[in-house]
Ligand binder design. Structure first.
Ligand SMILES: Nc1ncnc2c1ncn2[C@@H]1O[C@H](COP(=O)(O)OP(=O)(O)OP(=O)(O)O)[C@@H](O)[C@H]1O
Length: 228
């Protein structure tokens, strides 16, 4: 059973056809790059997979089950969608602790995810002083709280400096080495091309290309060719 299956998925916002007859699968234990120009429909697709937007047509399922019907959603899927807002007066640790309690997870999870995203040293600082990179890492920590099998990330590389980008690359690789499945949308082709097992490229809401990536794939060339 695929980790994620999208079948003839479509979404219209009034006259705008954001996603149109889109089908693809993401296999377990793989890192998949979800690519496409601005407005291609990536965020809308990810939100439909996560049950946050209702499809006009088709289905999106996680391990065969719609997100809203998952028995244990937090340990099945962790998601980071766009720049998440945190309460500026709360520390990273307090923010995570609140989420942990709401999700009924064990106490040790907060220290564990802080360590995973390299925020242990800043855990007790208020998030209002956090850099963009630290915010991205805190958002990732929130997504990791339930130790999910699948991570869905919408442009997690946005605004990261080169060191942050390298850190994110290592983090995503480590997730996949531990058997997790990662679906990540990004515009940073050079970075993702180094680590992704496959790419799904969409344009105008439709599938433009899906296939495996090898060290010989020139992802930028491929992307520009299929999204022309
Ligand atoms: N809530 C909404 N209401 C109306 N139109 C929307 C809504 N959400 C998205 N759209 C439109 O749907 C299309 C796809 O948008 P989407 O955000 O999914 O693209 P994207 O590939 O994530 O783009 P980007 O790379 O710029 O983030 C765009 O034309 C967008 O304007």
């Amino acid at each position: 059973m695929s980790a994620i299956s999208v079948t003839h998925l479509g979404k219209s916002f009034g006259a705008v056809r954001a996603v149109d007859d889109l089908s693809f699968t993401v296999e377990r234990g793989t890192l998949t790059a979800f690519l496409g120009p601005n407005g291609a429909g990536k965020t809308t697709t990810l939100r439909m997979i996560l049950g946050l937007v209702t499809p006009t047509d088709g289905t999106a399922v996680i391990g065969g089950t719609a997100y809203r019907d998952l028995e244990r959603p937090v340990s099945t899927v962790g998601a980071v969608l766009e720049a998440t807002a945190f309460h500026p007066g709360l520390s990273a640790r307090t923010h995570l602790e609140a989420l942990r309690i709401a999700a009924g997870l064990e106490a040790g999870r907060v220290a564990h995810v802080l360590e995973q995203v390299d925020l242990t040293g800043a855990a007790d600082r208020r998030t209002k002083g956090f850099s963009l990179g630290m915010r991205q890492r805190l958002a990732l920590a929130s997504a990791m709280l339930g130790d999910p099998e699948i991570l869905i990330l919408d442009e997690p590389a946005n605004g990261l400096d080169p060191a942050g980008m390298r850190w994110l690359r290592g983090f995503l690789q480590a997730c996949v080495h531990r058997g997790r499945t990662v679906l990540v949308s990004t515009h940073v082709l050079a970075e993702i091309g180094q680590i992704a097992d496959q790419a799904i490229i969409i344009g105008g809401g439709r599938l433009a290309w899906q296939g495996p990536l090898t060290s010989r794939t020139d992802l930028e060339e491929l992307y520009l060719e299929v999204t022309r």
